[in-house]
Write a protein that binds this ligand. Structure first.
Ligand code: GKR
Ligand code: MG
Length: 416
């Protein structure tokens, strides 16, 4: 039986294009932390998570406290995390993620790493430890963004500009051609709702067989949300976070046939009861990075099944260790019936050796090797860590970055 002998947490930075959203624009580099858990018999398990300074400090505190833990004692791991962090401190992770209690966010990469070790010890993929594979190929969606042609003062990327419907359709065309996606999500909340409705209609005309979604990250008032919903009924499979809060979502849900999805107003177990009571949300977007890892995400799936809610999967900018974990989770979750979100096509650098997580027909085949089934590229880890050290970014802040170029910018939440 293996025990934890040590943990190394390595912050890394990878190039990220200027993708626009309701709170601003992605900075030139996105941050992630790689968590490597080593056992006394030489196995190494991998986890990936956010990497702002405050989170790194919490990860570091837990890393020291887990030494000696039996790698099968996931309940013990959670107790340690709760003991180390104590109660009652909220935490923000940049972008739009803020939680009342960071325990599940901190738990996640350690839990994934221990499952990776368990799988390696047993010679079984992580999906087998989560109940077995129900779908060997996991469908993902094309995740479209309005975007600038380049970060100001830097060289452009190969995607070019997308600031109108034509640009969005061209971006979708490339995503679909290169990755085979059969579902398409547009990140909205950037332009006036009419312009974004027009973009969805242009996508529907260009991709009549594809499932579509739009996610303005709570940019609209409830009445605007109802108006948008009415014009998109029949065209999209769900409307994601049109307006902030469980109350606002419930108000919209009462007035549209469209299912409402969220990764903003239901992001922790405490939020489920009020959301269910208000019938605010018909689809929950799970995300193992803040729902406490893979097994607690399975618990969320069970709760969604119990209350008749659909289940999809949320993504932030991420690398291959996260994609592997997402794929194992989705492969082993029977009621995760929508294509999962992923930012993966936007990255040009990774921590893992290529060849295991390729998209074919829009899907990633669940890796068959033991554990997560991915291998670190040690040179790339070193390179991306150096990039972290030199890039100067220590936490995600899309708003301040956009304000550097447009000092009058203010986040659009519930403005329209
Ligand atoms: O990467 O800009 C982004 C997204 O807007 C991300 O931060 C969101 O968390 O993808 C996310 C979402 O579905 O809301
Ligand atoms: Mg969302």
């Amino acid at each position: 039986m293996s025990r934890v002998a040590g943990v190394v947490v390595t912050p890394v930075a990878f190039a990220d294009p200027p993708l626009l959203n309701v709170v601003g624009v992605h900075e030139p580099f996105a941050l992630r932390a790689l968590v490597q858990v080593r056992t006394d018999d030489g196995l190494v398990g991998l986890g990936e998570t956010y990497a702002d300074d405050a989170h790194l400090a919490r990860l570091g505190a837990v890393a020291s406290a887990v030494v000696g833990l039996d790698v099968y004692d996931l309940n013990g791991l959670r107790r340690i995390v709760i003991d180390v962090l104590g109660n009652g401190r909220g935490a923000a992770f940049g972008g739009m993620l803020a939680v009342q209690d960071p325990a599940d966010v901190v738990l996640s990469p350690f839990e994934v790493a221990l499952l990776d070790i368990q799988g390696k010890e047993l010679g079984r993929p992580v999906a087998d430890l989560l109940g077995g594979v129900v779908r060997p190929e996991v469908p993902f969606s094309a995740y479209l963004f309005y975007k600038w042609v380049a970060h100001p003062g830097r060289a452009g990327d190969s995607w070019g500009e997308a600031l109108d419907s034509d640009g969005i359709v061209a971006q979708a065309r490339r995503m679909v051609d290169e990755y085979g996606f059969t579902a398409i999500k547009l990140k909205g909340g950037v332009f006036a709702p009419e312009q974004e409705i027009e973009a969805v209609k242009a996508l529907a005309a260009a991709f009549p067989e594809h499932s579509l979604r739009i996610d303005p990250n709570g940019a609209w008032t409830p009445s605007t949300s109802v108006r948008v919903a009415k014009s998109l009924e029949g065209l999209i499979e769900y409307l994601e976070d049109p307006t902030p809060g469980i109350g606002g979502m419930a108000e919209v849900a009462r007035q549209t046939e469209l299912p409402l999805a969220t990764n903003m107003c239901v992001i922790a177990f405490d939020h489920l009861k009020p959301a269910v009571l208000a019938d605010a949300v018909q689809v929950v977007l799970s995300d193992h990075h803040y729902w406490g890892g893979l097994r607690r995400s399975r618990l969320l799936a069970g709760i969604c099944e119990t209350f008749g809610m659909g289940l999809s999967m949320h993504s932030n900018s991420h690398l291959g260790v996260s994609l592997a974990a997402m794929t194992h989770l989705a492969a082993a979750t029977p009621n995760l019936t929508y294509a999962c979100d992923t930012h993966y096509p936007w990255k040009t650098e990774d921590l893992i050796k290529p060849g295991v997580l390729d998209f074919v027909g829009g899907s990633v085949r669940v890796p068959s090797g033991p554990g997560l089934g991915v291998e670190l590229d040690e040179d790339a880890v070193g390179r991306l860590h150096e990039q972290y050290l030199s890039c100067g970014i220590r936490g995600r802040d899309d708003t301040s970055y956009l304000r550097r170029f447009d000092p009058s910018f203010s986040p659009n939440t519930a403005r329209w």
